[in-house]
Design a protein. Structure first.
Length: 201
């Protein structure tokens, strides 16, 4: 299953690169969560539009699997608060405004799908948080290895909704199986086959 990526670019150009801070190539995909449980995705975009000089990312995920691209990829970002800002091919924020487990599950699938897609684009493998400079990194890993701030996202947020760090690593590595429609039970009536929500006795 693919996802539609809405483009609403509110960060002009590639600020990290345009200001001479980030230099190609860019080989990291960074995983975050927003820490804002009240803001909709559109609220997040509106805020970023006016505040990107203080920090920016490239993609937002939430609201049952909606994806919005808010900045161009492949140019660094101001997202982890350390030197790995300048390694950023893409940075994904998982919006913490979640209405139900089903809502989270749908968005989580989109988060994993997008992570792997962006890794493909920048030539990274699917191993999360290893010591290779190229790869997929959580903000937590950037922080604890001296390449970021003191943030630990997205781990506490994901754990709150049932996804451990080990599970995240597994899902990034292997991807998630595609959801397949469940066939309804059938019953035969003479020469006709009927689909029904309940099997006939």
């Amino acid at each position: 299953m693919g996802y539609t990526i809405e483009r609403n670019i509110v960060v002009p150009g590639h600020p990290a690169m345009d200001n001479g801070l980030a230099v190609p190539p860019f080989g990291q995909v960074h995983l975050h969560s927003t820490a804002n449980t009240n803001a909709t995705l559109d609220n997040e975009v509106a805020y970023l539009k006016n505040n990107w000089p203080n920090g920016y990312y490239t993609h937002l995920v939430g609201e049952g699997g909606r994806i919005i691209q808010v900045a161009d990829t492949n140019g660094g970002a101001w997202d982890v608060g350390g030197d790995w800002n300048h390694e950023t091919y893409a940075a994904i924020e998982f919006a913490e405004r979640v209405t139900s487990q089903a809502d989270f599950d749908k968005s989580y699938r989109a988060y994993i799908w997008l992570t792997r897609k962006l890794a493909d684009e920048c030539g990274a493998d699917y191993v999360l948080d290893d010591d290779d400079i190229i790869g997929i990194k959580t903000h937590n890993y950037a922080s604890r290895t001296g390449h970021g701030s003191d943030h630990v996202d997205p781990l506490p947020f994901l754990q709150k909704w049932g996804i451990s760090y080990d599970q995240l690593k597994k899902d990034v590595l292997n991807g998630l199986e595609e959801e397949k429609p469940v066939a309804k039970p059938k019953f035969k009536d003479g020469d006709n086959i009927h689909l029904t929500t309940k099997a006939s006795a």
